[in-house]
Design a protein around this ligand. Structure first.
Ligand code: ADP
Ligand code: AMP
Length: 234
């Protein structure tokens, strides 16, 4: 058993960002990572990395991801368990895109219990389905550092140059098509939305109106995350 208390003796903070594809989970997780020293743990990113590396898990996941379905719980839980064991996670994690099923939520409780930790806050980013296609079809990221952008809502300050790292190559995700978005939204409503009630029943749920501009969502999140991490708001 690994005890993931931090150097100060505090238990590692665990935050979950819930919300449909395109809600802004990745955008906000990266900000929280910078502001609070938390580690973003995105199962989508971990799975895309496994696909790119051609691992067994990646080969099994690729076809499901291409059609916008959910990858099997066993594969995803194994990937998360491995990642949570890395020492950097002791400083606290923001789970982005996990859990996505009740089986994953139950497995997470077990993984965290082994570390003497539990979910401190599950934050539901609430958005209209109608906004999702526009959010997702306009999404692109810096190929070098992964910073996220949008054709309408968040262009780099200098056209064609990443604000964060100066990179000039950008990429779009293969599964960000209108057709796949519909499957991903259906999977969200069928399998993931029930987790809102799950965390509400535990008293851990917070809801944020994620139709607001990025900066306003960020401020709402900071007000929830600061007390959990013990950080003071600027
Ligand atoms: P998720 O990780 O939940 O799938 P992203 O964080 O990648 O979603 O956001 C999807 C797209 O929408 C990105 O291009 C991002 O720049 C943009 N976006 C994120 N939050 C907002 C917001 N509050 N208003 C407008 N656009 C947003
Ligand atoms: P995301 O980057 O979160 O939009 O995820 C991209 C794709 O990866 C999803 O459409 C799923 O196919 C897969 N995926 C990511 N996270 C999970 C998860 N927790 N459970 C099952 N499939 C997942």
């Amino acid at each position: 058993m690994t005890d993931a208390t931090t150097a100060t003796g505090a238990t590692m903070p665990v935050l979950i960002l819930l919300g449909p594809p395109g809600a802004g989970k990745g955008t906000q997780a990266k900000k929280l990572e910078e502001q609070f020293g938390l580690i973003q743990l995105s199962t989508g990113d971990l799975l895309r990395d496994a696909v790119a590396r051609g691992t067994q898990a990646g080969k099994a996941a690729q076809e499901v991801m291409d059609r916008g379905g959910l990858v099997g719980d066993d594969i995803v839980i194994r990937i998360v368990a491995d990642r949570l064991d890395a020492p950097d996670c002791e400083q606290g994690v923001i789970l982005d895109g996990f859990p996505r099923t009740t089986a994953q939520a139950a497995a997470l409780e077990g993984l965290l219990a082994q570390k003497g930790a539990s979910v401190n806050a599950a934050i539901s980013l609430e958005v209209d389905d109608a906004a999702m296609v526009e959010r997702i079809s306009g999404r692109f990221t810096c190929a070098a550092c992964g910073e996220g952008y949008h054709d309408s809502f968040k262009q780099p300050q200098a056209q064609g140059v990443c604000d964060k790292c100066g990179g000039t190559e950008f990429k779009r995700r293969a599964d960000d098509t209108a057709e796949t978005v519909r499957s991903r939204l259906a999977a969200y409503h069928a399998d993931t939305a029930p987790l809102i009630d799950f965390y509400d029943a535990k008293g851990a749920l917070h809801r944020i109106d994620a139709m607001q501009p990025i900066a306003a969502v960020e401020r709402s999140l900071q007000a929830i995350v600061a007390p959990v991490t013990g950080a003071a708001l600027a």
